[in-house]
Design a protein around this ligand. Structure first.
Ligand SMILES: Nc1nc2c(ncn2[C@@H]2O[C@H](COP(=O)(O)OP(=O)(O)OP(=O)(O)O)[C@@H](O)[C@H]2O)c(=O)[nH]1
Ligand SMILES: [Mg+2]
Length: 479
């Protein structure tokens, strides 16, 4: 890993033009670097916003024709507000100076270069947050939540990330670990004073206490599938014959006229994706070419589109099978229903504003819960949205609900570690149960310690460098 002793600098605001842009400097020499490039006479005062100017770096000055005229004003690249945060009361826990200039990529680049010439090194992706973690300003769960909050696309995603940043998950894990620590301490006392036997902890009590801790881990994990869905989103593919209204439904769910809709069958040929917020879940919706009968004459383009459509269906988390209520079901509809029988799917009967060409009970065997909609009149679309969210959240058990409150666990890394802790706890409890009091405490202790290690891996009290690199590598430069 790179050195975390240097003073680092990066543009902290997104690429592009904006009202303001921020260059952030962090490290032991942050104030010195800032004072070198700013036109100030007094040292920067902690937590004070100072209006000042940034001087161009020497190379820029040499390049500037105006500078050759010795015009003093031309040495400046921008008017800025500089704010100094003295360690440890800063984002990174180090001395930090934030320089807010005008949001021009050229100007921000010049400020960045000036800071680099004054001794700062360009920050690696996520290095500010990495330093915050290394300096104990954030634990690992909170650091990961920073990245999730920045990347959130739906309000619900932002909400769960914010809760994690506030430390709700950290506290819950801390509470569970405290109960476990108490038990471990008593087991250790029993090991240290063997003549006392199970004096400090009776086997029956120990097994019950472990079971109680297992249940608490289980409660956290119970919601994890939904949590992961909120954090990572899901892919939903549309399938059906040509002209049944797939693209119309796609446009309606994403809220824009992204896909072309015409009355000509075979309108969509390529594979179109768009992000949609469906009941708080970030959905990548995929519109595809309509499925054809094997003997239909189709050209090379449509055939390539159909290959893509089938590929998209096979990897999607959920497939929406669209049927047309106004035209009789035929063998192509039946073939699609048969091919997707084992996939997670919802059957959507569209065009229910038109006269029915077939009775819904035809589908009773296929799926008892097909949804009737009309994209044209918008009838049934709200129910469809909730059905999509429920189907994804419930893991295939129909009738599941997507509760509106937030969840604690959303991250696969946390889920795996909680699972590891739960397995280790179960091992310890089963060993105690099986031994009927003759078991050596060391065995139990090693399993309990495994569970504690898993908790510490989650919050980052102990975490390997490669895990850190992986986590912070996800961040953008400047965060
Ligand atoms: N009456 C009625 N017409 C609809 C409805 N939904 C779609 N349509 C019409 O059906 C025709 C086909 O719609 P598309 O959305 O292009 O159908 P598609 O399934 O994407 O068709 P391909 O791209 O050819 O596979 C268009 O003329 C739509 O206006 C509906 O709910 N009611
Ligand atoms: Mg289409």
């Amino acid at each position: 890993m790179f050195s975390t002793d240097d003073t680092i600098v990066a543009i902290a605001t997104p690429a592009g033009r904006g009202g303001i842009g921020v260059v952030r400097v962090s490290g032991a020499a942050a104030r010195e670097v800032a004072q070198t490039i700013l036109s100030i006479r007094q040292p920067l005062v902690p937590r004070h916003a100072t209006f000042t100017h940034v001087k161009a770096c020497a190379e820029d000055r040499a390049r500037s024709l105006v500078a050759r005229r010795q015009d003093l004003e031309s040495d400046f690249v921008d008017q800025v507000i500089a704010t100094y945060f003295e360690r440890p009361a800063s984002y990174t826990g180090e001395d930090v100076v934030e320089i807010s200039g005008h949001g021009s990529p050229i100007v921000l680049r010049q400020i960045l270069e000036a800071a680099m010439q004054a001794g700062a090194r360009l920050a690696e992706p996520g290095e500010f947050t990495l330093r915050a973690f290394l300096n104990g300003r954030l634990d690992l769960v909170q650091a990961e939540a920073v990245a999730d909050l920045i990347e959130a696309v739906t309000p619900l995603q932002a909400r769960v990330a914010y809760d994690q940043l506030e430390g709700t998950l950290t506290r819950q894990i801390g509470d569970i670990d405290a109960a476990l620590f108490d038990l471990v301490a008593r087991f250790e006392a029993s090991v240290d004073f063997p003549e006392e036997g199970y004096h400090f902890v009776a086997p029956g009590t120990a097994a019950a206490e472990i079971a109680a801790i297992e249940r608490r881990v289980g409660t956290l994990l119970a919601d994890a599938r939904r949590g992961r869905l909120i954090r990572e989103g899901a892919e939903v593919a549309l399938a059906g014959k040509p002209n049944v209204g797939k693209s119309s439904l796609f446009n309606s769910l994403v809220g824009t006229s992204r896909a072309i809709v015409t009355s000509t069958p075979g309108t969509t040929r390529d594979f179109i994706t768009e992000l949609a917020d469906i009941d708080g879940i970030r959905i990548t919706l995929i519109d595809t070419a309509g499925e054809r009968a094997p003997d239909d004459q189709i050209d090379e383009i449509e055939s390539a589109g159909l290959d893509r459509a089938r590929g998209a269906r096979s990897v999607a988390d959920l497939v929406l099978i669209v049927l047309d209520r106004s035209r009789p079901l035929d063998e192509v509809d039946c073939a699609i229903l048969a091919q997707t029988a084992d996939m997670r799917r919802l059957i959507v009967i569209n065009k229910c504003d038109l006269p029915e060409a077939w009775p819904e009970r035809v589908l009773a065997q296929q799926s008892p819960c097909a949804l009737s909609v009309s994209v044209r009149t918008r009838q049934g679309l709200d129910r469809l949205r909730s059905a999509i969210a429920c189907e994804l959240a419930s893991g295939g058990v129909s009738g599941g609900e997507v509760p509106r409150d937030t969840v604690a666990v959303t991250n696969v890394r946390h889920i795996e570690l909680l699972d590891r802790a739960r397995t280790a706890l179960a091992r310890a409890r089963e060993a105690i149960d099986a031994s009927r009091g003759t078991l050596s405490e060391e065995f139990v202790l090693s399993d309990l310690q495994d569970a504690r290690n898993a908790f510490e891996d989650i919050t980052g009290k102990r975490t390997a460098d490669d895990v850190l690199e992986h986590i912070f590598g996800r961040f953008c430069i400047g965060k």
